[in-house]
Write a protein that binds this ligand. Structure first.
Ligand SMILES: [Zn+2]
Length: 128
């Protein structure tokens, strides 16, 4: 599966940086949308969950990403008012985020059919 990607040691492998920036960041956002739609999630939970999938995401990558998703209106953040300066932030999916996730799900399905299952649509008849 994906377990060989994003391991700590591989973060220093130069092509990995490009792979993270160009592709994996988007995968991580999809994971976050999916999980935030099931139950509120917080930073450390996301780090642990992505690690379970074989990805290593640093806080320096995760937190700006969460803020961006919040700014886009996909996630809403709730901070424990009694938690002080280091209060845990819980993120949940907004109505807008759920719409985005629905669109992404269709696209993943399409992509999965073609890239993983190898069902070739006949665009341009290139395979004739
Ligand atoms: Zn997951």
């Amino acid at each position: 599966m994906v377990s060989d990607f994003g391991k700590r040691s591989e973060l220093f492998w130069p092509p990995m940086k490009a792979l993270i920036r160009e592709v994996l960041l988007s995968f991580w956002k999809v994971h976050i949308l999916h999980h935030a739609g099931e139950a509120p999630v917080h930073g450390q939970w996301i780090v642990t969950e992505l690690r379970r999938h074989g990805y290593e995401i640093s806080p320096g990558t995760l937190y700006p990403l969460l803020r961006r998703m919040e700014r886009l209106g996909w996630l809403r953040c709730k901070v424990d008012p009694n938690g002080g300066r280091r209060a845990r932030k819980d993120y949940r999916l907004t109505v807008e985020g759920r719409k985005v996730l629905g669109l992404i799900r269709k696209q993943i399905e399409e992509l999965y059919k073609e890239v993983v299952l190898g069902a070739h649509s006949n665009h341009g008849g290139r395979r004739a």
